[in-house]
Design a protein around this ligand. Structure first.
Ligand code: NDP
Length: 252
C-alpha cells in the first residue's frame, strides 16, 4: 500500500460508471463532495468519461470486468491505495439480452448472470471488508422492474435481477450487523444506450401504455434515489427495494 493520506472525504465506487445510469450516479456523488472510482469494462468510453470529468484528484477510472474475481480484487486494492477508504458501492454494471426462451443460449444466460449477479456478489465481497474497517458503509444494487415481475423475452435478464434483489436482502441481513446497509433501486425504463439497444418499438409502446407518468425515466432520476440511499438521510433504511419507475409497478 502507498502512503497516500486518508482524508475524511467519502469515496464511492460505481460499477458500469463510464456512461448511462452509472455516469449520472457518479455525477451525483461528485456534486455531493465524494471522490469517485468508476469501474467499467469499456476502456474507451471510460477513458473519454474520465477526461470529460477532468478532476483527477477526485475521479479514478479503473478498467474492470466485474464478473472476474481477480479484476475486482485488483480494482478494490487500487481504490484503497489511492483514496484510502470506500464508503459507498453502487453495483450498477449490467447487461441485457432480450430473447424468447428457446432462443436464449447458455452463453447468453452465463453472460447475463455473470455480469448482473456474479458481479455484485464479487464486488460486495471485496469491498465490504474495506467499509467495515471504516465503521460501515452503503451498498446499492441496481436491479430492474424486470426483477419484480416476469415478462416475455427476459428469462435471463429478469431472473438475474430477481436474484440480485434476494442477494441484496441476504447481504442486508449479514452486513447490517457491521454497519453496512444494502438496498436495491429497481428502475423502470430509462433512456440510455442499453435501452436503445434492447427496447424495440413494441417494447417502447408497451411501456408508454402502462407507465402512469407516460414516459421513460432519466438517468438523473435514478441517481437521485441512489444518492439518497447512500446518504446519512437513509441511515435506517436497509434491505429495501425502491422502484423508480413512474408508477409502473404500482399500477400492476
Ligand atoms: P449501459 O449499457 O448504458 O451502461 C452500462 C455500462 O456497464 C457500460 O459502460 C457497459 O460496458 C458496462 N459493463 C457491462 N458489463 C460490464 C462488466 N462485466 N464489468 C464492468 N462494466 C460492465 O446501461 P444502463 O446505464 O442503461 O444500465 C445500468 C444498470 O441499470 C444496469 O444494471 C441495467 O440492467 C439497469 N437498468 C437499466 C434500465 C434501462 O432502461 N436503461 C432499466 C432498468 C434497469 P459495455 O458497453 O462494454 O457493455
Amino acid at each position: 500500500m502507498s502512503s497516500t493520506p486518508v482524508t475524511n472525504q467519502p469515496v464511492a465506487v460505481v460499477t458500469g460508471g463510464a456512461r448511462g445510469i452509472g455516469l449520472a450516479i457518479a455525477h451525483w456523488f461528485l456534486a455531493h463532495e465524494y471522490r469517485v472510482a468508476l469501474w467499467d469494462i469499456d476502456a474507451e468510453t471510460l477513458g473519454r468519461t474520465a477526461g470529460e470529468l477532468n478532476d483527477p484528484a477526485r475521479v479514478l477510472a479503473i478498467h474492470c470486468d466485474v464478473s472476474q474475481p481477480d479484476q475486482v480484487d485488483a480494482a478494490t486494492a487500487r481504490v484503497v491505495d489511492t483514496f484510502g477508504r470506500i464508503d459507498a458501492l453502487v453495483n450498477n454494471a449490467g447487461v441485457a439480452v432480450f430473447k424468447p426462451i428457446n432462443q436464449t443460449t447458455f452463453d447468453d444466460w452465463r453472460h447475463v448472470l455473470g455480469t448482473n449477479l456474479d458481479g455484485p456478489f464479487l464486488c460486495t465481497q471485496a469491498v465490504a471488508p474495506v467499509m467495515r474497517r471504516n465503521g460501515g458503509g452503503a451498498v446499492v444494487n441496481i436491479a430492474s422492474i424486470s426483477g419484480l415481475r416476469a415478462s416475455t423475452l427476459r428469462v435471463a435478464y429478469g431472473t438475474s435481477k430477481a436474484a440480485l434483489i434476494h442477494l441484496t436482502k441476504q447481504h442486508a441481513t449479514e452486513l447490517g450487523t457491521v454497519g453496512i446497509r444494502c438496498n436495491v433501486v429497481a428502475p423502470g425504463p430509462v433512456e440510455t444506450e442499453m435501452a436503445k439497444l434492447v427496447h424495440s418499438v413494441a417494447i417502447r409502446s408497451d411501456y408508454h401504455d402502462v407507465i402512469p407518468l407516460e414516459r421513460y425515466g432519466t438517468t438523473e432520476e435514478i441517481a437521485n434515489v441512489v444518492g439518497f440511499l447512500c446518504s446519512p438521510a437513509a441511515s435506517y433504511v436497509n434491505g429495501q427495494v425502491i422502484a423508480v419507475d413512474g408508477g409502473f409497478d404500482a399500477a400492476g
